[in-house]
Design a protein around this ligand. Structure first.
Ligand code: FDA
Length: 287
């Protein structure tokens, strides 16, 4: 007999499949190839964070290396996106640096772009430190910054001084009111403010949002400031908009997560949108 938890997980997986490539590295590579054949670039992320098992960390690092090598072999315009706590930051800074160095050396040989995801605010300083250290060794390295944090404007200005490559996101983590903007209105306002700074002072950046109003504003800014940038969106979200942007000659990247740790990621996506909560409800009723 199927228990309530098993049923819930089965229904969630059915919904989650639109946002994740699957459980394995082969699923991720197939998804990246499909994105590439449809005119999009691929940014692959192995799901999972806060790893403290050295075995799990080594597997994660090896898989990123395999993905980088496959991109090189297949000549796919792709990148990997790494979370510091999945490659050792939850053990020590030294462990994280040692592992990130392996990924960076590999990426440098293969000419593959590497992104650093930004996790919750307790890791912002450490993540920027990692970026600064490795950006001096490898220029095809980018870092995500979150518009919901009040500190981000200063971080952005500092990072742009060294020519950093930025992915601007709204921010996926629940943060204290003292350090963050809480309402959607304030986060959106700050996003637009930071995006203007990026268009004026940055280059090779990513506007990572599914928000139609923000995307329109970015399109307009790009006419005034013709910079090298791309729209980045999660796999399976705003798929109707992506070809339209490509047709207008914008670069669009699909962020493609894979791996067995799909549940927290998918719950985040469900919570983001009322329609997805309704979809979960109706799927449960039908099961
Ligand atoms: P918001 O959530 O305000 O939604 C605006 C509109 O977009 C909605 O009204 C709807 O039209 C559409 N939309 C949004 N979500 C949808 C969904 N699930 N299904 C259908 N439509 C939807 N965060 C972080 O903290 N660190 C990181 O490193 C990253 N990295 C990252 C990479 C990439 C490529 C993306 C796209 C996002 C991230 N994020 C992230 C996540 C980010 O911070 C944020 O939580 C989500 O992108 C949702 O915010 P939006 O900008 O889409 O706007």
């Amino acid at each position: 007999m199927v228990s309530g938890t098993q049923l819930m997980e089965k229904v969630l997986f059915k919904i989650a499949k639109q946002w994740i490539a699957g459980n394995t590295i082969d699923d991720a590579l197939t998804s990246a190839k499909n994105a590439y054949q449809s005119g999009r670039h691929a940014i692959v992320n192995k799901l999972g964070e806060y790893h403290t098992s050295k075995k799990q960390i080594t597997t994660t690092v090896n898989e990123y290396q395999k993905i980088i090598n496959s991109f090189r072999k297949w000549k796919i315009r792709g990148a990997v996106s790494v979370k510091p706590t999945q490659i050792g930051l939850s053990i020590s800074q030294k462990e994280c640096y040692r592992n990130f160095e392996k990924i960076i050396l590999n990426a440098r040989n293969a000419h593959v772009f590497v992104w650093l995801d930004m996790e919750s605010s307790e890791h912002t300083d450490e993540t920027i430190e990692i970026y600064n250290k490795f950006f001096s060794k490898y220029e095809r390295l980018g870092i995500a910054l979150q518009a919901n944090l009040k500190r981000t404007e200063d971080d952005l200005i500092d990072l742009l001084r060294i020519g950093a490559k930025i992915r601007l996101v709204k921010g996926a983590y629940r943060e204290k009111a003292s350090i963050s903007f809480k309402s959607k209105e304030d986060v959106d306002k700050n996003f637009v403010k930071l995006m203007k700074i990026l268009f004026k002072k940055g280059n090779e950046f990513g506007i990572a949002s599914h928000d139609g109003k923000i995307i329109k504003k970015a399109e307009n800014l790009s006419k005034k400031y013709p910079k090298k940038f791309e729209f980045q969106m999660l796999k399976g979200i705003r798929d109707e908009l992506k070809p339209k942007l490509i047709k207008k000659k914008f670069v669009v990247s699909d962020y493609i997560p894979y791996g067995v740790n799909w549940l927290p990621y998918s719950i985040r996506r469900i919570k983001e949108r009322k329609r997805n909560i309704l979809l979960l409800g109706s799927s449960l009723i039908q099961s």
